[in-house]
Design a protein around this ligand. Structure first.
Ligand code: HEM
Length: 397
């Protein structure tokens, strides 16, 4: 290894980690030279006892909260590793438009601000806000095909975790930032007449695209990703008050993972319709190849079995549009773990048609019970000039 590379590596490494102050000193010292008078280089971030600055990791760069659409849905493109989903009730005398506008200001104050409001770097913190069927107004709810979820199979309903008026989802690479932001916003909302109905923290492995769920299968393979797909499937079109809004469905789905995993791997793969190792379809090809729902074995059996989850949920089978699934795993203890299902779509029907089809028969759903559930209209984007909810909450009907 050359002297050049020996000396340039620490410079490059430190600059990548964001330790820029030491760069000038080090680069002034040519390879192999020493300058005893030069100050000792700063310790690399993470090597000392203090917290690592969020900016050190490019994946944790600040995500703008302001814009024509809210953050936490398609920005950042790679979902952060941690979330807290909280659902609130809004008291009858609360002015919802005022509450939302205030919430928007609070979100702008939290996101992207290093240490200012959280005592910790906000990093890539995002906050996504939606309103339930009540606060969104009847006309608005009707415009998106309603926001009331019907009853489905395998539900354990309780008043404390079903429905709700306001969704606040915080997501961040730093779990503490996600929880701190949730705590701050909940206190703020409580002071203005909103009380927490239910809340769930979630996590997902690092990495973009599909990541493994608690059954060990890559999840999130088939999802709208390009701008054209997201405009078609997720964002409500303009012009008009709902331009840039979307419908969110949030459900806590407990999975009987021990029972599912007690099956042979082949049986597990048949229940999903994809390989556990890399998510490749059972109809053949690699992980990014589409499912071939018509492919059959020599004996005439479907390669993606009739009750495989990926077949049952496929939009061609459900006759619905596509949804953007952006869920997280959760674990409240060995008896209560599963998927904090979060999907974004233009209309509620995309979710209900899919769920009905899963209820009619799905070899994965036999192991799944919903224990919390709600749907919301995620408000259009906002900024310092355009208040959150300003385009539609002011004109409720
Ligand atoms: C605990 C519950 C669930 C688990 C563990 C789960 C897991 C999976 C997995 C592993 C895949 C295949 C890989 C992929 O394309 O992402 C998949 C696909 C899919 N799931 Fe689920 N899922 C669950 C519940 C649901 C629910 C409740 C819905 C909607 C009502 C849903 C909708 C879909 C859709 C639309 C696809 C893609 C189908 C395709 O076009 O190939 N899933 N899910």
């Amino acid at each position: 290894m050359s002297t050049q590379s020996d000396n340039s590596f620490p410079v490059m490494r430190r600059s990548l980690l964001g330790a820029l102050p030491s760069l000038a000193v080090l680069s002034a010292c040519g390879p192999g030279t020493t300058t005893p008078a030069a100050p000792a280089p700063a310790p690399a971030p993470g090597s000392g006892p203090g917290p690592v600055p969020a900016a050190a990791d490019p994946h944790r760069a600040a995500v703008p909260a302001a814009g024509p659409r809210q953050a936490g849905i398609d920005r950042p493109a790679q979902p952060q590793q941690h979330t807290v989903v909280s659902v609130f009730d809004i008291g009858p005398r609360v002015d919802v438009a005022e509450l939302a506008a205030h919430l928007g200001e609070a979100v702008l104050g939290l996101c992207g601000k290093a240490r200012a409001a959280l005592g910790a770097d906000a990093g890539d913190l995002t906050v996504t806000v939606g309103v339930g069927p009540g606060p969104s107004g009847t006309a608005t709810a009707r415009a998106v095909g309603g926001l009331e979820l019907p009853a489905f199979a395998r539900e354990e309903r309780s008043a404390g975790s079903w429905g709700g008026d306001l969704l606040v989802q915080t997501c961040a690479s730093d779990p503490v930032a996600a929880v701190l932001a949730d705590t701050r916003l909940a206190a703020d909302l409580a002071a203005r007449g909103a009380s927490r109905r239910w809340s769930q923290a979630g996590f997902r492995p690092p990495g973009g695209g599909a990541v493994r769920n608690l059954l060990g299968f890559p999840d999130g393979i088939e999802n709208p990703r390009t701008d054209a797909e997201l405009s078609r499937e997720v964002w409500l079109p303009g012009p008009g008050p709902v331009a840039g809004a979307t419908v969110a469905v949030v459900r806590r789905l407990r999975i009987d993972a021990p029972a599912f995993l007690a099956q042979s791997v082949a049986r597990q793969e048949e229940a999903i319709g994809r390989r556990r190792t890399d998510g490749s379809p059972l109809s053949g090809g690699g992980p990014s190849d589409p499912l071939d729902l018509s492919a059959k074995s020599a004996r005439g059996r479907y390669l993606v079995p009739a009750m495989a989850h990926a077949r049952r949920a496929n939009p061609n089978a459900t006759g619905s549009a596509k949804m953007l699934r952006r869920g997280y795993s959760y674990r409240n203890g060995p008896e209560d773990q599963g998927l904090l299902f979060v999907s974004f779509q233009r209309r509620l029907r995309t979710f209900t048609a899919t769920q009905r089809r899963l209820d009619d028969g799905d070899d994965l759903m036999r192991f799944v019970t919903a224990t919390a559930s709600a749907a919301f209209l995620v408000l259009p984007g906002f900024s310092a000039e355009v208040p959150l909810g300003g385009t539609l909450l002011g004109e409720r009907s």
